[in-house]
Structures are given as structure tokens and as C-alpha cells.
Design a protein around this ligand. Structure first.
Ligand code: MN3
Length: 199
């Protein structure tokens, strides 16, 4: 059976997001954690397909749960890497259409930043804060995803993602998630959000 998902290369070097993320933190996160979701998803799909071909029973409930967790983990990490870029200095506030849309829907950028930060910092256990857009209404919504796949809304497009699993920051920040989230803002690449907004 062919592999389905692949670990994407990062669009920057492992040492280029310092001081937000150290080389060790970023490479471990990408090469071990993200890679594990890709490998687990592929292995699971292979097991399901093999079982089907052989006509042997498998635990459909467990497989569906595992598929959702691992594939969502892979997809969110891919969005996360592309939500980041080496810092360019300054306020790093969104410009263009994404800047206008955030300002229009959240009143001001600082209000958006405050809400997104609250979603990230208050996530219980492992999860994500994401900025998403409902393609039906055009409204922007901040979601707080638990694990990789709980509290997602079907068909919402994700513009920006921040991983708040401990594996994302613990080497550099220990238990100080708030500091990690604060430093994130200087390293956001708004160009991916701009492109996704147009979809
Ligand atoms: Mn992660």
C-alpha cells in the first residue's frame, strides 16, 4: 500500500525562529512529534485497507477516532509551520485584506490579539488556538481546539494556528505557556492567513 501523508519540509531553517523557538525545540517538534502523526495516520490507513482486503474484522470505532486525531494533528501542524516566519521586527500587525478584515470584525487588532491569546493560554491540557473563517457567512471565529480534533467546526477554513501542546514549547519555556504565546506574535507570518481569507 502506498503512503498517503508526508511530512512537509519547513519553509525556513530550524534555527531561524530564534528566540521564539530554539533549534532543538523546533526540530524535535517537527521531526519527532509532527512526523509521528504522519506515520501513525499512514500506518492506520494501511491497517484498515489490509483488514478490508483480507475480510477481517477491525475496531471501526477505535480506527475512526485514531484517524481523526492523527490526520488532524498532521494538518494542523502543517498550517502551524506556515503561520510562522522569522521575525521582521516592528509590531508585525497584519496588513492588506486580512488586516482590514480582522480590524472590521474584531473592532481593533488588539482585541483580536487579546481574544486569541486568551483561547491559547486557557486551553486545558493539549490543544490549539486557531483563527478560522466560515465560508458560508464570511465571519472570522477563534476556535479553541482540544487535542487535535475536538471543538473543530466542519468546513471552517483555518487562517492561523498556534500549537499549545506542551511538546511545542516545554524545552524553551518550561511551564510558561503565556510567555510562549506572547512571543508568538512577533513571528506570525500573515501571508498564509491573507491567502486563506480569499478562499
Ligand atoms: Mn505539536
Amino acid at each position: 500500500m502506498s503512503k498517503i501523508y508526508e511530512l512537509p519540509a519547513l519553509p525556513y531553517g530550524y534555527d531561524s525562529l530564534k528566540p521564539f523557538l530554539s533549534l532543538e525545540q523546533l526540530s524535535l517538534h517537527h521531526q519527532k512529534h509532527h512526523a509521528a502523526y504522519v506515520n501513525n495516520a499512514n500506518a492506520l490507513i494501511e491497517r484498515i485497507e489490509t483488514a478490508r482486503q483480507a475480510g477481517s474484522a477491525f475496531d471501526v470505532k477505535a480506527a475512526a477516532k485514531e484517524l481523526s486525531f492523527n490526520v488532524s494533528g498532521h494538518k494542523l501542524h502543517s498550517i502551524f509551520w506556515n503561520s510562522l516566519a522569522p521575525a521582521r521586527g516592528g509590531a508585525n500587525e497584519p496588513q492588506g485584506k486580512i488586516g482590514e478584515e480582522i480590524a472590521r470584525q474584531f473592532a481593533v487588532f488588539d482585541e483580536f490579539k487579546k481574544e486569541f491569546t486568551a483561547a491559547a493560554v486557557s486551553c486545558e491540557g493539549s490543544g490549539w488556538a486557531v483563527l478560522s473563517k466560515c465560508p458560508e457567512t464570511g465571519k472570522l471565529h477563534i476556535l479553541q481546539i482540544e487535542k487535535h480534533n475536538v471543538n473543530l467546526v466542519a468546513n471552517f477554513n483555518i487562517l492561523l494556528a498556534l500549537d499549545v501542546w506542551e511538546h511545542a514549547y516545554y524545552l524553551d519555556y518550561k511551564n510558561d505557556r503565556a510567555k510562549y504565546v506572547q512571543n508568538f506574535w512577533s513571528f506570525v507570518d500573515w501571508s498564509r492567513a491573507e491567502l486563506t481569507l480569499a478562499q
